[in-house]
Ligand binder design. Structure first.
Ligand SMILES: N[C@H](CCC[C@H](N)C(=O)O)C(=O)O
Length: 288
C-alpha cells in the first residue's frame, strides 16, 4: 500500500501527517511504528491522522499516535500543524478551526504572523483523571498546590507536580535544564507505577516570572525538541506553585512557545492558550 504523507514540525516536535478526510484510514500498531521509525521508516515523534467531522460546529477530527504506536488524547504542537495543514491544503477556507480529538474539542486560530494560537482547554487537577495513584504518598504543599515525591531506581527520587491537559504530565523543577538528567530520570518517571497510563515527564527551569526553559521526556516517544501540552502543563504548575505570572515564554530546544493561563484570577477552569509555529518540511510517499 502506498501512503502519501506530509512531514511537518511545531518547534522541532515532528510529525507525519496523514489525510484521511476522503477515505477512513486504520494503520496497524506495526505500521504506525514503522512510519515513525527514524531509520526504517519516515521518522517522527507522532503521527497525526486528519479526518472529516460529522459533528455540527466541528470542522475536522484528528487522531494522534506516538512513535511507539500508542494512541493519545492530545498533542499541542501537533494541533498547530493540523491547522496549518488543512489551510494550506485548501481543506477549509476558515482561519479559526474547531477540531475534535479523542476527548476534547479544540479551537485553533491561524494568525497573520503565521503562528497558531490554540485554546487548549482547561487543565485537569483531579488526580484519578490524570490518572495518578498517590495512595500512601505525602505531598508537600507549596502555595496551595501539591508536589508529590516519586521514588526512582538506585535510591534516587524526585518531586513532581501532577496534572493533565487531556494527556498526563508530571513536572519537576530543576536549576539547570540543559544539564538535568532527562535521559536517566525521564524514562523512570514516564513508566512509573503510580501512572497507570504512563506520563509525560517535564523538566522546568524558571528563568523569571515570565520566562522558562523546558525539556520533556514524552510518553511513548522519548525526549522531543518541544512538547506543547508539556509547556502548558509546566506553566500551569508554575503559576499554581507561585513561581510564574499568567503569560510565559517557554524556551525549548526546538523553539519558543507562548503560554497564557488566567486560572488563578478567573478560576481554575480557565482555558490555557498556546501560541507557536507550525511548518511543513516535505511531502512524500511510503510503501507499507
Ligand atoms: N507524548 C504525548 C503526546 C504528544 C504530546 C506532545 N507532542 C505535544 O506537543 O503536546 C502523550 O503521550 O501524551
Amino acid at each position: 500500500m502506498k501512503l502519501r504523507f506530509t512531514k511537518m514540525h511545531g518547534a522541532g516536535n515532528d510529525f507525519v501527517v496523514l489525510d484521511a478526510t476522503q477515505h477512513p484510514m486504520q494503520l496497524t500498531h506495526e505500521q504506525l511504528r514503522h512510519v515513525a521509525d527514524r531509520r526504517f521508516g519516515v521518522g517522527c515523534d507522532q503521527i497525526l491522522v486528519i479526518e472529516s467531522s460529522r459533528t455540527p460546529g466541528v470542522d475536522f477530527g484528528y487522531r494522534i499516535f506516538n512513535a511507539d504506536g500508542s494512541e493519545v488524547e492530545h498533542c499541542g504542537n501537533g494541533s498547530r500543524c493540523f491547522v496549518r495543514y488543512v489551510v494550506d491544503k485548501g481543506l477549509t477556507d476558515k482561519r479559526t478551526v474547531r477540531v475534535q480529538t479523542v476527548n476534547k474539542i479544540l479551537e485553533l486560530r491561524l494568525r497573520e504572523d503565521g503562528r497558531v494560537t490554540v485554546d487548549m482547554g482547561a487543565p485537569i487537577f483531579d488526580l484519578p483523571q490524570v490518572p495518578f495513584q498517590p495512595e500512601g504518598l505525602t505531598p508537600r504543599a507549596l502555595n496551595g498546590f501539591d508536589l508529590w515525591p516519586l521514588a526512582l531506581g538506585d535510591g534516587m527520587a524526585c518531586e513532581v507536580a501532577v496534572l493533565s491537559m487531556g494527556n498526563p504530565h508530571a513536572v519537576q523543577r530543576v536549576e539547570d535544564v540543559d544539564h538535568a538528567p532527562v535521559g536517566l530520570i525521564g524514562p523512570q518517571v514516564e513508566g512509573h507505577e503510580r501512572f497507570p497510563r504512563r506520563v509525560n515527564a517535564g523538566f522546568l527551569q524558571i528563568v523569571s516570572r515570565s520566562e522558562v526553559k523546558l525539556r520533556v521526556f514524552e510518553r511513548g516517544s522519548g525526549e522531543t525538541l518541544a512538547c506543547g501540552t508539556g509547556a502548558c502543563a509546566a506553566v500551569v504548575a508554575g503559576i499554581r506553585l507561585g513561581w510564574l505570572d499568567e503569560a510565559v515564554e517557554v524556551h525549548t530546544h526546538g523553539g519558543d512557545l507562548r503560554i497564557e493561563w488566567a486560572g488563578l484570577t478567573q478560576g481554575l477552569e480557565a482555558s490555557v492558550f498556546m501560541t507557536g509555529p507550525a511548518q511543513t518540511v516535505f511531502e512524500g510517499e511510503i510503501e507499507l
